[in-house]
Design a protein around this ligand. Structure first.
Ligand code: FAD
Ligand code: AMP
Length: 485
């Protein structure tokens, strides 16, 4: 339980806790530490392209939030064109004002990042904008953006320096033609031909944004399987939907080179048939992210990096050096904002002597395309590989009255449960608002629920969540609203 930790009167240079990095891992750690009555500083060096410093890290400035803003705008545009007539809504000549779309996105980013300043003020966190470097346990060098430098001290230091896009040697960034995900969020016009390297979460979301606005999009993915990390029944359904939307996803296509020629890019790749070539106007490299720890650690701090550059930590994010912790994208585990946030909260509670735990087995994944894709826990393939007998229940949105009313009846919900004790092992959803629906499955799994628990839970009618309910029923072939197979 809570300790009676009293906040050490923070002098300008001395704190109980210093957090380096103000992204979705670092800023929640700072706020929770302050809630725990500790004196806290959070150092962050992020600067936006206009030169303005902003808290919020990749997520708020160049990741989760701007991408969702563009996905929303473009999906509305697409639906206005492709779907409104079905509802009887006649709108002739809808056009997209890309500048306005980008202005709206930037406004959301500004409001959200400034919101962190307000949160810091409310919680009593000292926000410091500039570079932080761990000199030794308890000692942090802070260099403000104006170059002034001072040494701060803290009983505990939390490293939350995040990640950066991976650059391909075969296709080095060359703005404006060859860009990373941040560049692709900022296009001022719709490229006629867009190449995307990597059919991961980021590649699919960005490809969808520009495809909906009319770009011819080719996604090159080195692996032979689509979304290899997801349940393959889910992945197949999603791939079918993406292809129908005109997203040209080429699997087993490994990019070997890219050359800027005038305002276009010549991309070379190999697939099962040999050497291939593709010419695009813009190329987005979305092949993943790497941990970012540049100038974060002075010589001799003892903090270790693994062979891929991640800060080595245990399951409680301890680095093994007394008083030094690390959280978020710069440590092992999925690179997701909510995973980092949970680690930040855990560490801030452990520092204050409270209970803290991150349940790494129950971290939801969401891809905010249309259809949305979301899952938690084991895929059917992983359940099979584990050797434990399992059962599967599926419910298609075609049989959901709400999904039909929304004109979004593609996809399904799927529950994988253990045959022996009925424990829910995984839930997979492809379809409308899958990212919202998965929260119920996350909560169920957090409580180690059985499929029967979901079956006996009353779901409002008509809602999309009934699909999860019916999928759980179908695991025992007791679905009411669908033929049990
Ligand atoms: P970051 O957000 O990278 O923040 C680290 C901060 O630390 C940065 O501000 C950096 O400038 C600062 N910093 C680094 N070193 C220092 C230093 N030495 N001194 C001072 N400051 C320093 N995740 C999701 O969960 N959902 C999504 O929908 C989603 N969409 C994404 C879309 C895109 C296009 C991208 C690129 C990513 C997306 N992600 C998404 C991933 C998500 O953004 C990251 O997992 C998350 O931002 C990681 O949080 P973090 O705090 O660990 O690191
Ligand atoms: P993610 O890690 O989810 O962002 O996905 C990145 C994707 O990029 C993975 O599916 C990789 O297989 C893919 N990828 C990495 N390198 C290449 C390459 N040279 N050509 C095509 N795809 C690649």
């Amino acid at each position: 339980m809570a300790t009676d930790d009293k906040k050490t009167a923070a002098s300008a240079d001395s704190f109980d806790v210093i957090v380096i990095g103000g992204g979705p891992a670092g800023y929640p750690a700072a706020i929770r530490a302050a809630q725990n009555k500790l004196s806290v500083a959070c150092i962050d060096e992020w600067k936006n392209k206009d030169g303005a410093a902003a808290f919020g890290g990749t997520c708020l400035n160049a990741g989760c939030i701007p991408s969702k803003a563009l996905l929303e705008s473009t999906e509305l545009y697409h639906r206005a064109q492709a779907e409104f007539a079905t509802h009887g809504i006649r709108i002739a000549g809808a056009t997209m004002d890309v500048a306005q779309m980008q202005k709206r996105k930037s406004g959301i980013v500004r409001t959200m990042t400034q919101g962190i300043l307000a949160l810091f003020k409310g919680a009593g966190v000292t926000g410091l904008q500039g570079h932080g470097k761990l000199l030794a346990p308890g000692k942090v060098e802070f260099t403000a953006h104006d170059g002034t430098r001072r040494t701060l001290s803290a009983r505990q230091v939390v490293l939350a320096s995040g990640s950066a896009p991976i650059e391909l040697r075969s296709a080095p960034f060359q703005s404006p033609q060859i860009v990373d995900s941040w560049g692709a969020l900022d296009f001022e016009a719709v490229p006629q031909r867009l190449g995307v390297i990597g059919a991961g979460v980021i590649g699919l979301e960005l490809g969808s944004v520009w495809r909906r606005l009319g770009a011819e999009v080719v996604v090159l993915e080195a692996l032979p399987e689509f979304l290899a990390i997801a349940d393959q029944q889910l992945a197949k359904e999603a791939l079918r939907a993406f292809k129908k939307q005109g997203l040209d996803v080429r699997l087993g296509a490994k990019v070997t080179g890219a050359t800027v020629k005038g305002d276009a890019v010549e991309v070379r790749y190999t697939d099962g048939k040999g050497e291939q070539q593709l010419t695009v106007d813009r190329l987005v490299v979305a092949v993943g992210r790497r941990p970012y720890t540049k100038d974060l650690l002075a010589e001799g701090t003892g903090v270790k990096l693994d062979e891929r550059g991640f800060i080595v930590v245990d399951e409680h994010c301890r680095t093994g050096i007394e008083g030094v912790w690390a959280i978020g994208d710069c440590v092992r585990g999925p690179m997701l904002a909510h995973k980092g946030k949970e680690e930040g909260v855990m560490v801030a509670d452990l520092i204050a002597g409270r209970y803290g735990e991150t349940n790494y087995k129950v971290i939801p994944s969401v891809i905010y395309t249309a259809p949305e894709i979301a899952w938690v826990g084991l895929t059917e393939e992983q359940a099979k590989a584990s050797g434990r007998a399992y059962k599967v229940g599926v419910f298609p949105f075609l049989a959901s009255g709400r999904a039909r009313a929304m004109e979004q009846a593609g996809g399904f919900a799927k529950v994988v449960a253990a045959q022996d004790n009925d424990e829910i092992l995984g839930v997979h959803i492809v379809g409308p608002l899958a990212g919202e629906l998965i929260a119920e499955a996350v909560l169920a799994m957090e409580y180690s629920a059985s499929s029967e628990d979901l079956q006996r839970t009353i779901h409002a009618h008509p809602t999309l969540s009934e699909a999860v309910h019916e999928a759980a029923l179908n695991a025992d072939k007791r679905s009411i609203d669908n033929i049990n197979r």
